[in-house]
Design a protein around this ligand. Sequence first.
Ligand SMILES: Cc1ncc(COP(=O)(O)O)c(C=O)c1O
Length: 387
Amino acid sequence: MKQLKSRLSPVVENLPPSGIRRFFDLASEMKDVISLGVGEPDFVTPWHIRDASFDALSRGFTSYTSNRGMSQLLEAIADYLMGYNLHYDPDRELLVTVGGSEAIDLALRAMLSPGDEVLIPEPAYVSYRPCAALAGGVPVAVPTRWEAQFRVSTTDLESQLTARSKVLVMCYPNNPTGAVLSETDLQELATFCVQNDLLVISDEIYAELSYGGKHHSIAEQPGMRDRTVVVSGMSKAFAMTGWRIGYAAGPEDILSAMLKIHQYAILCAPVMGQMAAIEALQHGEREKQRMVEEYDRRRRLMVEGLRSVGLSCHEPQGAFYAFPDIRSTGFTAEAFAEELLRQQRVAVVPGTAFGEAGEGFVRCSYATSADQIEQAIQRMGHFLTEL
Ligand SMILES: Cc1ncc(COP(=O)(O)O)c(C=O)c1O
């Protein structure tokens, strides 16, 4: 038999390992590490949501659901999205997925033909590039800049646009930069997408974690609803990462294509998670608000702390990450993260894990306790004074 490795998909072979994973692996071998590396809430899922799942189990909800998702959940998602001025038909324009992750993958697979280019404003969440490549597309980085608070502009997009550009994958509030877009940004981007006939995947998984006022989706803009798939889910706002429930909302033609892939590849999202999600969307507002207020408090603590030890840092407007500028230290992002971990046992993620545009920055998650944040800042202070 030929070497097994040589018989595997070259696309998979060429995928780089996740830069985030490497730091987790390094940190997990050390004692007394304070981790600002994680991208998930440190809260346990609120009790009433867990209770709904226990109740569902005791009532015997243990089987497959319809491929698209339970009708009660689809209706709850449609109602919830109306709170963001987004209107979707639960029977034709929504799909329950295994986390927002699956929705991103499905949307790319449904949209792309071999060689189609996918514009990805970077720094960006780590799955967009590999999912685009696995779907036969060509990921094209669109660097965004510190000077523009990492908000993507039409000029940035224009510089990477070609005749093969087909899809724009955007994420605001942004992981890892914490950037959000203004109403004017959204209008300009929408005009650009319509003019250049781009399809859009808008990852709005951090929508609820917008600190400067209500989140707005690009799908609200004129001409955008019919070319946009909005991706979201329960993981971040409801502290439900392990339940694996996300969703996609978009025009029927795209959603039907996504449903086709989903029904063969996944069948349906887990039923216990779907039951829990119904409870969260219908009755989870108070607990969600409590968590958002706590993130907001920690956000200010993190930014003030980073600035107090001499690092420049924009105030993140959304999500739960700060993205300080470490260029003054002379380190690359990777070396900074490695030395900080080795010398002071604080784990942060190098900005380059999110694309080359992340060079010179590190991601610090504030989805951890205030006490841990204060200690981490103290250790970073020691690290920086000893340089
Ligand atoms: C921007 C972004 N999109 C999607 C996801 C995936 O979330 P889920 O747990 O819903 O699959 C994450 C998780 O970190 C994320 O940060």
